[in-house]
Each structure stands twice: as structure tokens, then as C-alpha cells.
Design a protein around this ligand. Structure first.
Ligand code: 5GP
Ligand code: ZN
Length: 116
């Protein structure tokens, strides 16, 4: 499905819900997370509705997966000289709360390991 009218991120892509954009093209956007977990916290989101990274990979959109990570890495480099963390929460056990695939870009503080 290209768009899901009930999906928050689809509604951000169409402009129906406002967001602060850090990047935008026809295939992907990057926005500031509404509930930041680090001094810099961005979300890289494909414009097409796909529920999670497993479904994106399974739909033979390997290039789309690569593109999301390329944008995320570019933003990480731009926002964080001392490093950053990319996170893709997937499914209930993975802590995913919005079922439209996205890559978190977290930066601006030292990250801990293991994650919670
Ligand atoms: P997840 O928990 O699925 O990995 O990440 C979803 C993220 O989306 C959360 O970090 C949450 O703060 C963010 N989020 C949820 N709703 C909105 C919204 O309406 N606007 C923005 N900018 N971020 C949102
Ligand atoms: Zn969506």
C-alpha cells in the first residue's frame, strides 16, 4: 500500500500532520522525533507505507533499505562528529510503536550498551 490513511507517518508525509523536516525527497523524509531520546533524534522514513524493515526487505526493495541507511548515515555524520547510533525497532518485542518502517538517528550523547 502506498499510503495508509490511519498511519501517523503517512500523514506526516502528506503534510496532514506537521513535522520539522531535516531531509525530504520523493522516496524518503527525515523528521525530528516528537519525543527525543538524545540531544539529536531524527527519524528517516520512506514515503511509501511499509510496516517494518522485514517487510521492506521481503518486498524486494533492497535498494530502498540501502537508501534509508545512506540518508541516516549522512544525517548522523552531519549532526555528530563524535559518533551516532542508528536503530530500527521491529515488531512488539523490538519496541516498535509506529508500524511504518523508520530508522532512528540518535546523537549528541554517549550511548550505552546493552540497550534496554
Ligand atoms: P518506534 O517506537 O516505532 O521505534 O518509533 C516511533 C517514534 O515515532 C517514537 O520515537 C515517537 O516519539 C515518534 N513519534 C510518534 N508520533 C510522532 C509524531 O506525530 N511526530 C513525530 N515527529 N514523531 C512521532
Ligand atoms: Zn504509513
Amino acid at each position: 500500500m502506498a499510503r495508509d490513511p490511519d498511519c501517523i507517518f503517512c500523514r506526516i508525509v502528506t503534510g496532514e500532520i506537521p513535522a520539522e523536516f531535516a531531509y525530504r525527497d520523493d522516496e524518503a523524509i527525515a523528521i525530528a522525533d516528537a519525543n527525543p531520546q538524545a540531544p539529536q533524534h531524527l527519524l528517516v522514513i520512506p514515503t511509501k507505507h511499509v510496516p517494518n524493515i522485514a517487510a521492506l526487505q521481503a518486498s524486494e526493495e533492497g535498494a530502498a533499505v540501502a537508501k534509508l541507511f545512506a540518508i541516516a548515515a549522512d544525517l548522523g555524520r552531519k549532526h555528530a562528529a563524535a559518533g551516532f547510533r542508528l536503530v530500527v525497532n521491529t515488531g512488539p518485542d523490538g519496541g516498535q510503536t509506529v508500524d511504518h518502517v523508520h530508522v532512528h538517528v540518535l546523537a549528541g550523547r554517549e550511548m550505552r550498551w546493552p540497550p534496554g
